[in-house]
Design a protein around this ligand. Structure first.
Ligand code: ADP
Ligand code: MG
Length: 335
C-alpha cells in the first residue's frame, strides 16, 4: 500500500544527501570514471547524478526500480560492502522513486555484451512507473530526482534551509571524491561548481581540487603499517594530515575511511587532535583524510548505519595507534 511504502522509503531516504549518497555509490559500483553531481536548492528541488558507468538495458532499468532488486550480491557480514549501505540492499532506487519524481536515462556501455544496446528513459512518479521509452543518450547513466518528498508533506516540511541541506550533500560528495582520486567527481549547486576533481591524480591532487592549493600543499603524508604501530586493531594508517597552522574552526574536515568506506568515528577525530598537542590554537582543528585498514571483526558498524558512525571493539587501542601514526608523520616533517 502506498502509505506504507512511503513510510518505508523514509527509512532509506532521510534528506537530499541520503539520495546523493545512494546514487553516487551506485555510480561507483557501476565502474564509472566520471560522476557529476548537480543539485538545486540544497537538493530539495533537484538532484542529478550523471555517470559514464556500465549503464543499463531497458530490461535492467525496469527491474532496477522494482522493490528489493539488486544486481549485486552482498554479504551482510562483509565490512567492505557493508558499512553505509547496510540494510538498504536493492532498496535505494525503489525508495527514491516512491517519494519523488525520478527520471533515469541510461545506455549500456559499448564494452558490455548485451542484446539491446539502445538508450532508455524511464520515469517514476511517487512510486508509479509513468513511462519507459527509447532515448538517444550517451553511454552510462543519468539519474534525476525532482521534488523530493512532494508526496510526503511531513517529510518535506522537516527539511532544513537550502544551505544546511547543501552542506550535508557537500560532505557526502567530498568524502567520495577524496576516497576515489582516480575518478573525476564534481559537485555543482544552483549553477555554481563547488569543486571538481580530475580523476587523474593522487590523494593530494584530490585534496587540492576540493580544499584548494594552499591546504593541499601544506599537507603531510601519513603512511604507517602495522609493524610501526603500537598494539591495536589497525593493520595500517595512511592518508594526509594538515600542517599545524592550516586549521579550521570545526571538526568537519577530519575525514576517516575504514577499509575504503567513509565513516565518522569520534575516537579517530579525538586521536588526531591529540597528536597535534599544543601546536593547535584553541578551538582550531586540523584537516585530515585518513584511511584505516581494520580487520572486519574489530569494528562495530551497527551503532548507526545511516549516520555512518562506527565504534571499535578496542577504542583505546585505535586512539593510541592513530595518535602514534599522526605524531610520527608530523615529526618526519620536522613539525
Ligand atoms: P543496490 O545498489 O543495493 O543493488 P539500488 O536500488 O541502489 O540497489 O540499485 C538497484 C540496481 O540498479 C543496482 O543493483 C544496479 O543494477 C542498478 N543501478 C543503479 N544505479 C546504477 C548506475 N548508476 N549504473 C548502472 N546500474 C545502476
Ligand atoms: Mg545502491
Amino acid at each position: 500500500d502506498a502509505t506504507v511504502e512511503r513510510i518505508a522509503a523514509g527509512e532509506v531516504v532521510e534528506r537530499p544527501s541520503s539520495v546523493v549518497k545512494e546514487l553516487v555509490e551506485n555510480s561507483l559500483d557501476a565502474d564509472a570514471t566520471r560522476v557529476e553531481v548537480t543539485v538545486e536548492r540544497g537538493g530539495k528541488d533537484g538532484i542529478t547524478v550523471a555517470d559514464d558507468g556500465i549503464g543499463m538495458t531497458e530490461a535492467e532499468v525496469t527491474r532496477a526500480v522494482e522493490e528489493h532488486t539488486t544486481s549485486k550480491i552482498r554479504d551482510i557480514d562483509d565490512l567492505e560492502s557493508g558499512v553505509g549501505t547496510l540494510g538498504f540492499r536493492g532498496e535505494a532506487l525503489h525508495a527514491v522513486g516512491a517519494v519523488s519524481r525520478l527520471t533515469i536515462t541510461t545506455r549500456p556501455r559499448s564494452d558490455r555484451d548485451v542484446d539491446d544496446a539502445r538508450g532508455t528513459k524511464l520515469t517514476v512518479e511517487g512510486g508509479e512507473v509513468t513511462s519507459v521509452e527509447p532515448a538517444g543518450c550517451p553511454e552510462g547513466t543519468t539519474i534525476e530526482v525532482d521534488d523530493l518528498f512532494f508526496n510526503v508533506p511531513a517529510r518535506r516540511k522537516y527539511l532544513k534551509q537550502d544551505g544546511t541541506e547543501f552542506a550535508h550533500v557537500n560532505t557526502v560528495v567530498t568524502s567520495y571524491a577524496l576516497a576515489n582520486p582516480d575518478i573525476a567527481v564534481s559537485l555543482t549547486h544552483d549553477g555554481r561548481e563547488t569543486f571538481a576533481t580530475t580523476g587523474q591524480g593522487d590523494r593530494r591532487e584530490a585534496v587540492m581540487s576540493v580544499y584548494g592549493r594552499d591546504v593541499a600543499e601544506s599537507m603531510v603524508p601519513v603512511e604507517v603499517d602495522a609493524a610501526a604501530l603500537p598494539d591495536g586493531p589497525l593493520d595500517g594508517v595512511s592518508g594526509l594530515v594538515s600542517h599545524p597552522e592550516t586549521t579550521r574552526s570545526t571538526r568537519e574536515y577530519l575525514s576517516t575511511y575504514v577499509n575504503g568506506r567513509y565513516v565518522t568515528a569520534g575516537a579517530v577525530r579525538d586521536a588526531v587532535i591529540e597528536a597535534y598537542g599544543h601546536q593547535l590554537a584553541p578551538d582550531r582543528y586540523p584537516f585530515a583524510v585518513l584511511f584505516l585498514d581494520v580487520p572486519a571483526g574489530d569494528v562495530d558498524v551497527n551503532v548507526h548505519p545511516r549516520k555512518l558512525e562506527v565504534r571499535f571493539a578496542d577504542e583505546e587501542g585505535v586512539r593510541e595507534q592513530i595518535e602514534t601514526a599522526v605524531e610520527s608523520a608530523l615529526l618526519d616533517e620536522g613539525l
